[in-house]
Each structure stands twice: as C-alpha cells, then as structure tokens.
Design a protein around this ligand. Structure first.
Ligand code: TXA
Ligand code: MG
Length: 340
C-alpha cells in the first residue's frame, strides 16, 4: 500500500473530507491528537479494526479506545451515567478516556473481547474535524508498533507505519505528549487505570471516591491480570537496559558521574554541562513536568538510537503530571529502580 503523507500546511477541509471517506470505506488514517498520534479506523466496522491490530502487531486482547467528535455522542456507543456526565463536563474535550459498559453497535473486536469500551473526545482541532468528517466513531490506539514509544511527532510514524496505512495527517508536535488518562467508572466509583494529562489530583478535586489500580505504580505479581489489558505488556522499552535512579539530586548526580563512559544519561536541562565525559539526552527542565511529558517519548527514541550499552534516568515523583511520567518510565525500565 502507498501511504499518502499530508503535511501540516496542506491539511485543508478537503483533505479531511477525503480522510473521512477513506475511514467509511474501511481504511486506516493516522491523525494527531493533543496526547499522541492515533491510528484510526471505523469503530463500528470489525474488519477495519482488525486492520489496526495487524498494522501495529498488537495482541487482539488489548482493546482500542473509541474517539468521538463530541462528548454528547458517547451515549450512542456506551451506557453513560451521571459520573460520566460530570467527567465530560470537567475534562472533555481533553486528554481523558472513560471506560463504560459498551452498547451492541461496538464490535468486540474493537474492545478486545470485553463488554466495556473506552470513550475519548480529543481536543485537537484536526482530530475533531477528522472524526466529524468521518461521521462514525474512530477506534484508535497510539500510532506506534506494539511495544514501542507512542509517536508525538509525524516523523516518528513514518518509520513504524509507512506502507501500512492509507494516510498520515501531520498536525505538528502533540501538546501533552503522553497518552490520555484512563478511568473506569463502576457504580459511581472511579478507578484510575492510566495516569495522563488529567491528573489524579484533578479527579480527586471533583470526586471523593477515586482509587488507583495497582499496575499504575507497581509490578503486578506473575500471572495477575491488570484492569487495563495494555498495562501487562512491555512498553516503550529501549533496546539497552534502562535504570531509574531515585534519591537526592546530589546522590543521583554522583551516581551518574561514576557510570561507565558508554552509559548514556537522561538528564534535566539544568544538568546539561554536569557530565562532560558522558553522552547526555535532555528530558526537559527539572521544574517543568509538562515539558518533561512532552519530551519523554522523543527522548526514549533518541536514547534507543544512541547505541548506548546502558541508560540511566532520574526516577520521577509520584504526584501531579509526574505520576504519568513515573508510570511510563517504570515500564520503559522494566521496573529497574535503584534508590540511593
Ligand atoms: O491518548 C490516547 O489515549 C491515545 C490517543 C490516540 O487517543 N490512544 C491510546 O491508545 O493511547 P492505546 O491503544 O495505545 O492505549 C489504550 C489503553 C490500553 O492500555 C488498553 O488496554 C486500554 O486503553 N483500554 C482500552 N479499552 C479498555 C477497556 N474497555 N477496559 C480497560 N482498558 C481499556
Ligand atoms: Mg499505545
């Protein structure tokens, strides 16, 4: 298949109309969202959804998120409730996915065999116009090969999906840079399954009853099944082993300095000149978790391309947006944490 690449300057309404037609014919379109790029197909078409799993090499029991142009569309595809309404009012459009009981029109191919479905209304203007132009909900995982970091810029996608999708829409760099927050709603109770741009603190400011799934911060016991199937897979991992170093900045910097010279260091922007004998990759300012989130996946891709024998990075904190960084980094590091 030849993949049509549409640059940001050429993203006209006409192109979006054509992308919508491709979706209705069962095709695959990569589109930008404010979190990461998505690999989209018609969520009502089981055959189209199968093409997503094939293009990504994704296990068929890992469900896809269903994207809608407006939160009001959710009730067509899922059993919505008051809790969903409150979440939608506060955070949609935006980086939040809500897991609800699914309606029959959503094929189980899309939900990995589950009877629930993740509903998300992205905020990116291109995403919203594209979904509206398609006239159907869009099933979309992140637009990377299974196990690789999620793409936050169009050039990341070409390497993974060129020749496997009909069209790639370039919307520039993604604003958040980490995948959406996922919450499951059951009997008015919220469980955080994946932290993201909508933080745990933001959820707790609105709801008394929010728990955090164990897999968010901890390694599950062998054989345990996480509430979110995607959490069981090795994810984002570079080829070289990555170690996360916790403890004071002073101790961590000393540890970094003492590393073998073929170890590559992921360091805060402020630390750029502190390790003259090592190759460093910048991960954003120490005081700016938003910049770190935006940069994380590109930094992991750069780390992988560096040919390092070993990688060291600071262990993120477990609060605010940093909880999302923590959650992605422990997966990339296969839970290798060294606390000094
Ligand atoms: O920001 C995002 O959410 C991006 C953009 C493209 O919207 N999408 C994304 O999709 O990250 P994906 O497929 O890479 O991650 C979806 C996660 C997986 O871990 C999956 O297991 C979980 O959502 N998930 C989807 N539906 C679920 C369901 N019904 N129950 C539990 N977990 C579900
Ligand atoms: Mg993904």
């Amino acid at each position: 298949m030849t993949t049509e690449f549409v640059s940001k300057e050429n993203l006209t309404d006409d192109v979006l109309r054509r992308a919508g037609e491709i979706i209705r014919r069962g095709g695959l379109i990569v589109f930008p969202t404010e979190t990461v790029y998505g690999l989209g197909a018609d969520a009502l078409d089981a055959e189209a959804a199968k093409k997503i799993y094939a293009a990504k090499g994704r296990p068929s029991d890992n469900p896809l998120i269903v994207h809608v142009a407006s939160p009001a569309d959710a009730e067509k595809y899922a059993e919505v409730n008051d809790t969903f309404m409150r979440l939608a009012k506060a955070f949609m459009p935006g980086p939040l996915t809500v897991i609800l009981p699914k309606k029959d029109c959503i094929p189980t191919t899309v939900t990995g065999g589950l009877d629930s479905v993740g509903i998300r209304c992205p905020e990116h203007p291109v995403a919203r116009k594209f979904i509206a132009a398609a006239g159907v909900p869009i099933a979309a995982p992140s637009a990377n090969l299974s196990g690789k970091p999620s793409p936050t810029r169009a050039e990341h996608i070409r390497r993974d999906l060129d020749g496997k999708v009909d069209m790639i829409l370039d919307g520039g760099a993604c604003r958040v840079g980490l995948e959406s927050t996922i919450v499951k709603v059951e009997k008015g109770h919220l469980t955080l399954l994946r932290p993201g741009g909508v933080t745990l603190e933001m959820l707790r400011a609105l709801f008394d009853d929010v728990s955090v799934a164990e897999a968010v911060t901890d390694k599950l016991p062998e054989g345990a099944r996480p509430l979110s199937p995607g959490m069981q897979y090795r994810h984002y991992a570079p080829d070289a082993p990555l170690y996360l170093i916790g403890g004071s900045d002073e101790k961590r910097r000393a540890y970094f300095s003492a590393a073998d010279s073929d170890t590559v260091l992921l360091v805060f922007d402020e630390e750029k000149d502190l390790f003259p004998t090592h190759r460093v990759i910048l991960i954003g300012s120490e005081r700016d978790p938003e910049a770190q989130a935006k940069r994380l996946f590109a930094a992991l891709l750069e780390a992988n391309a560096s040919g390092a024998k070993k990688l060291l990075a600071p262990l993120p904190e477990k609060r605010g947006l940093s909880l999302a960084l923590y959650n992605r980094m422990i997966r990339a590091a296969a839970h290798n944490i060294i606390t000094l």
